[in-house]
Design a protein around this ligand. Sequence first.
Ligand code: ATP
Length: 240
Amino acid sequence: MLKLKNINTYYGKVHALKNVSLHLAEGEIVTLIGANGAGKTTILNTISGVTPASGGDLLFQKEEIKALTPDRIVKLGISQVPEGRQVFKPMTVEENLELGAYLRYRARDPKTEILKDKEEIFQLFPRLEERRKQAAGTMSGGEQQMLAIGRALMARPKLLLLDEPSMGLAPLVVQEIFRVLQRLRDERGVTILLVEQNAKAALKLADRGYVLETGKVILEGAADELLENAEVKRAYLGKD
Ligand code: ATP
């Protein structure tokens, strides 16, 4: 479904991605792990068109998307949940969700479609329904993360890009969010690319993973193999 081949991305003179190649099959959950600054966020931003690649191939459903603007990429079916959630704090939960649905406004009956999509998101995250009229900025970090995911889902993505969804959240909330990601894949066939500092939890959820170091892919494999890999254990999984 998604293929990066020899992708190179720069910030000015900083060469952030060096010949990165990776792929995702439809319905897969794939995780990117690596230390701070390894290039994980840059990979997501390169796919979503926020930080375009300067070289290499970027194919989504066999279409070259490297030169497309982020709004075109969303229309093709790729949505990103950014690092730090970035919900619109003064706006309510419902208003944030409606913003994520801007593509729906061109539908024949946008009101009905948006209502249906919101109900589906409230099924996934009942806590958002309870708080539908609450200003997003007054919610807990976990609730804001749920809202950020919900907002991305309002565009009905085929591929969901998530940047550190567990950051700063309590373990139980992380479990709840990861359960929803699993459901999205199992029940709706959404393909997921997940960037995580919490490598252990991410590899337990994922089918496959890529390990990045200073802008390069240094290792790739099945998630259960990476969990057992001595080097990965030493560098990224901590003790126990
Ligand atoms: P983190 O977990 O800290 O977010 P990361 O693996 O996501 O790390 P990136 O944010 O992709 O890493 O950064 C990759 C490299 O690109 C780093 O060396 C970083 O300093 C550099 N970089 C990122 N954003 C910019 C920017 N806007 N301008 C210049 N350099 C940048």
